[in-house]
Design a protein around this ligand. Structure first.
Ligand SMILES: Nc1ncnc2c1ncn2[C@@H]1O[C@H](COP(=O)(O)OP(=O)(O)OP(=O)(O)O)[C@@H](O)[C@H]1O
Length: 225
């Protein structure tokens, strides 16, 4: 079986700062992989390259066998909207929209009618146990509730890969663990893969496999990469 998403020999520098120096990575459909490593080791840069948000200076990223560098900007954007979901450290919800409107947004952007999009968004908010705040704006809810809304937004479009960069980094340990439980459970039920960047081993414990990034190189903890 071909892996869902692979990276080979990724190099990326910012001016004279090397962020990636020959990183390899692979993830299968439905797999949860934690990307760990010290601060500044290149974890976020690896995630951004895998998601097609940053173009590597050298090396290749393939999604379902297709080289991301061979796609047009429009094709890459369509891929991010249709197949990928994103969760960041601070939810990055749109402050002017209610929670249900935030979650419905990815569906609205791909042409789903408001009523249908908001009905699906409400279902996801209920799964993430935050439907009670669906009419609140992000400024009126807690950090933990905001991350659950962000997870609902990442999953509402039924993505094949969820990119989560320190999704619990701003939460206390209890809230962080609950968000991870809900994220992993929802991803497994939808057979979505999760690329989870974290520096916390208790967060990485929710993954199927751990990859360590050090000095811009990625090493599989099981020795498979
Ligand atoms: N946009 C940028 N412009 C300049 N340098 C950058 C940029 N993004 C990352 N870097 C540098 O590249 C290196 C790798 O950064 P990256 O954010 O990928 O590491 P990280 O492992 O995710 O770190 P952290 O755990 O602290 O978030 C660092 O030296 C960082 O300063």
């Amino acid at each position: 079986m071909t892996a869902l998403l692979t990276a080979e020999g990724l190099h990326k520098s910012y001016a004279s700062t090397p962020a990636l120096a020959g990183a390899d990575f692979t993830i299968d459909a439905g797999e949860v992989v934690a990307v760990m490593g010290p601060s500044g080791s290149g974890k976020s840069t690896l995630l951004h390259c895998l998601a097609g948000l940053v173009a590597p200076d050298a090396g290749r990223v393939r999604y379902q066998g297709r080289d991301l560098a061979g796609l047009s900007d429009a094709e890459r954007s369509a891929l991010r909207r249709g197949d990928f979901g994103f969760v960041f450290q601070f939810g990055r919800l749109v402050p002017e929209l209610s929670c249900v409107e935030n979650v419905a947004l990815p569906l609205r952007l791909t042409g789903t009618k408001r009523k249908d999009a908001e009905a699906r968004a409400t279902e996801w908010l209920a799964r993430l146990e935050v439907d009670d705040v669906r009419h609140h704006r992000p400024g009126q809810i807690s950090g933990g509730q905001g991350q659950r809304v962000a997870v609902a937004r990442a999953l509402v479009g039924n993505p094949r890969v969820i990119f989560a960069d320190e999704p619990t980094g701003a939460l206390d340990s209890l809230n962080g663990e609950r968000v991870m439980e809900l994220l992993v459970q929802a991803a497994k039920e939808s057979s979505a893969a999760v690329v989870l960047v974290t520096h916390e081993s208790r967060v990485a414990a929710f993954s199927d496999r751990e990859v360590v990034v050090r000095d811009g190189k990625a090493r599989d903890m099981a020795g498979a990469v």
